[in-house]
Design a protein around this ligand. Sequence first.
Ligand SMILES: [Zn+2]
Length: 90
Amino acid sequence: MKEVKQKVQNIICPMCGEKISIGIELNITRKGNTDIYFPHIHLHGDPLHALICYINSDLKMRNIGVIKSIEISRDSQTFSQLMKKWTNPY
Ligand SMILES: [Zn+2]
């Protein structure tokens, strides 16, 4: 299987304590991110929450924050994209 994800690091979610393996899609890391820190979101948990991770160009995590307020558009395009992410699985 072709690798689609580059592992950044494992973290513990400050909200639920779950151990989470953070990884970035390779096609994003290859795009020559020029931002000093680029944001990455990881969704998980019950109730659903997200971690926003700021990752530098060396793929080192610099900061994380918890997002409790999440809204997902209820349209077919968003649903199909979510399913694509789910099955990708990255
Ligand atoms: Zn969590």
